[in-house]
Design a binder for this molecule. Sequence first.
Ligand code: NDP
Ligand code: 8X3
Length: 254
Amino acid sequence: MPSRTAFITGASSGIGQAAAHQFAAAGFDLIISARRKPRIDELSRLLVEQYGVEVVALELDVRDQVAVQKSIGSLPKRWQAIDVLINNAGLSRGLVTIDEGLISDWDEMIDTNVKGLLYVSRAVTPLMVNNQAGHIINIGSIAGHEVYANGAVYCASKHAVAALTKGMRIDLCQHGVKVSTIDPGLVNTEFGNVRFHGDQQRADSTYNGMTPLSADDVAATILYMAQVPAHVNLAEVLLLPTDQAAATVVKRDN
Ligand code: NDP
Ligand code: 8X3
């Protein structure tokens, strides 16, 4: 069977990086992207060495629509045959009430989580439509199902991802393109450090007395979703740690 190609955004850390390893281990050739070029270059080197797959590393800020279109549009033809797009790049900035939120944090979340996902999808979906095949897996969140205190804008951005997933599925069904979402609860990645503007102690305290998901837990679910039979669309997965029942209902030992 010819190898399949997956495109993972936000592959420089966390869920995206873990997915890159697991997809490569499963034999996928990969396009990996993020802003931190040294990280994706090193990841690319490792993936080629460890798994013998082919990898293209793109330095890409998903908020830059012109750059997104140009990078994807100028991929060699062989690399434009993208079987699986994993819209993973995303972030949360700040955890404060609406009256105290920083406009720059709001812009960054909406520009990345919503507009960035749209820009990448706009560049990739015509290629999938042309092939009359493909699979888009959006990384949503439990924050797309619930709203919690101090998180209005992040939750709004992930509610938007939930709506976009449904809308994209409706629009692309006629072209044989699957659209799915994986919506994790607490995952221990660099997410907390980014949310709290580099305050690692505060980030770590999120997981006090509980066992969060790992990036590998989520990556394994993404890979499973990408490998179900062609006629099956595993459309939505809410993936929680056993210690978490809802966004703010967490069993802690201390
Ligand atoms: P990380 O911070 O570890 O990874 C985020 C990735 O997104 C990095 O590779 C980062 O790369 C990339 N990224 C951020 N902004 C941009 C941008 N403007 N352009 C391109 N890439 C960007 O966090 P996670 O792995 O946890 O997050 C991945 C996804 O999972 C996000 O969409 C997040 O919302 C979602 N999620 C996370 C949960 C958690 O608890 N951790 C739970 C539910 C969902 P770089 O900085 O190099 O550009
Ligand atoms: C990340 C999980 O609970 O911080 O999407 O919103 S949460």
